[in-house]
Design a protein around this ligand. Structure first.
Ligand SMILES: Cc1cc2nc3c(=O)[nH]c(=O)nc-3n(C[C@H](O)[C@H](O)[C@H](O)COP(=O)(O)OP(=O)(O)OC[C@H]3O[C@@H](n4cnc5c(N)ncnc54)[C@H](O)[C@@H]3O)c2cc1C
Length: 398
């Protein structure tokens, strides 16, 4: 088993680490650098995005022909962790959700015209994007089969009626992917469409207030009331919405894991620094076995998440859907993030609960990890299904 990184990837990882430490992390300390979403202020973001482009650290997940660095998912994992070290990191490099997942799926399945018109502007950072699948009031959530939003074909167009919610980034997105029902077929009943913000027939009815910091544009509730989409803006084909969703969500879940593990490492770094400095009752915190157990347990949880993430990334790179591997990584990375941030706050005492470190921001942000892109229970159900179907082959070597 060879865990070494290719030298060119390690060099890129090191460059990202330095950029994050020198250009991005210093901004975290001053709340004046935050916007209403508790994210990096848009003018600062634009400035840093320009610098990341100049440094060749931009959209590294995209092919070189599109302006990226053409990394595999396993190579991305090492770099995304470094970006995740800062709460502002991923978006500066154009590697944040939901643009990241939207770019990867459009790059994989879009026609030449769709890639030119819908993908390339996102890659270049000229527009932001959103992915609209989840519905309120008993519609599609964990089970996409519950989808109520409908798309009815009328000549060379589809007309969309329905409601979506929790659509990340919708407040600033120009390019949208929406999944709607085109028939009642269990496997081939859903279809994915592309639409622009300025098309008539839909609106944002509210920004859903949430407990934590959020991506630019927030999480919005959308109502579709006669949005007309030309047939050429169907992704893959009519009835392929479920397949499109699987293709998008696999890598998107895994890049969440990569960023979250970077965030968890940072939380442990902050806790370690505090424990090394702080003394009480004549002993440094770091020298107390009870604190060492906390630090060691958290480090192990992060490392388990990294190994699962790397294995799933490698399997996706071989062309496999890697469904059980991604589900295991998603559950573990989400848990590792939440427990590590909680541990870090405990070790830092009152300082951990203050806004003098990013820990309280991370604590509120981390709670979504066990829900977004599939609740942990659903991923455990997927893992269990594979175990029951595959028996001993579940553990087989490729
Ligand atoms: C911060 C955030 C951002 C999001 N961004 C987007 C976005 O950009 N686009 C988008 O389309 N959606 C988005 N979502 C929605 C997200 O993907 C859904 O919340 C998720 O799929 C779960 O669906 P639900 O909320 O309807 O939960 P439900 O389906 O109502 O499930 C509720 C709970 O029931 C339990 N449960 C469900 N199924 C099972 C099962 N099979 N076995 C055991 N227990 C089960 C789980 O505990 C689950 O948490 C976002 C959500 C959050 C929190």
């Amino acid at each position: 088993m060879d865990f070494t990184l290719p030298p060119k990837v390690d060099a890129l990882r090191t460059e990202i680490r330095a950029f994050v430490a020198e250009e991005i992390m210093p901004l975290e300390r001053d709340r004046a650098n935050y916007d209403g979403h508790e994210n990096i202020r848009p003018d600062l973001l634009e400035h840093l995005r320009g610098k990341a482009k100049e440094a060749g650290l931009w959209a590294i997940q995209m092919p070189e022909a599109r302006g990226g660095r053409g990394l595999s998912l396993a190579e991305m994992a090492a770099c995304y962790e470094e970006m995740g070290r800062s709460i502002f990191g991923p978006v500066v490099f154009n590697s944040a959700a939901p643009d990241d997942g939207n770019m990867m799926v459009l790059n994989k399945v879009g026609t030449d015209a769709q890639q030119r018109d819908w993908l390339q502007p996102i890659v270049e950072g000229r527009v932001r994007s959103a992915f609209a699948m989840t519905e309120p009031d008993g519609g599609a959530g964990s089970d996409p089969g519950m989808m109520r939003t409908r798309a009815e074909r009328k000549g060379d167009r589809y007309v969309i009626e329905g409601r979506k919610w929790f659509i990340t980034g919708a407040g600033v997105a120009e390019h949208f992917i929406v999944v709607a029902r085109t028939s009642d077929d269990a496997r081939k009943g859903l279809t994915a469409f592309l639409f622009y913000r300025d098309q008539p027939g839909w609106e944002i009815v509210r920004k859903v207030p949430i407990m934590g910091p959020e991506e630019h544009g927030g999480h919005c509730e959308l109502v579709f009331d006669g949005l007309e989409i030309p047939a050429e803006n169907v992704l893959i084909g009519e009835g392929e919405g479920l397949k499109l969703t699987q293709i998008r969500l696999g890598p998107a879940r895994l890049t969440h894991c990569m960023r979250w593990l970077g965030m968890a490492k940072r939380a442990l770094e902050i806790a370690g620094d505090y424990a090394r400095e702080r003394s009480g009752f004549g002993v440094k915190l770091a020298d107390r076995e009870s604190i060492q157990l906390l630090l060691g347990t958290a480090a192990m949880q992060i490392e388990i998440g990294r190994l699962l993430t790397m294995k799933a990334a490698w399997k996706l790179d071989t062309g496999d859907f890697a469904r059980k591997e991604i589900s295991m990584a998603k559950v573990q990375a989400a848990d590792a993030l939440q427990t590590t941030v909680d541990t870090a706050i405990q070790i830092c005492g009152a300082k951990g609960y203050s806004q003098d470190t990013p820990l309280e921001w991370m604590y509120r942000y981390a709670r979504q990890a066990r829900l977004v892109d599939g609740a942990s229970e659903v991923h455990r159900m997927v893992v269990s299904r594979f175990l029951m179907q595959e028996g001993l082959d579940y553990w087989s070597w490729p």
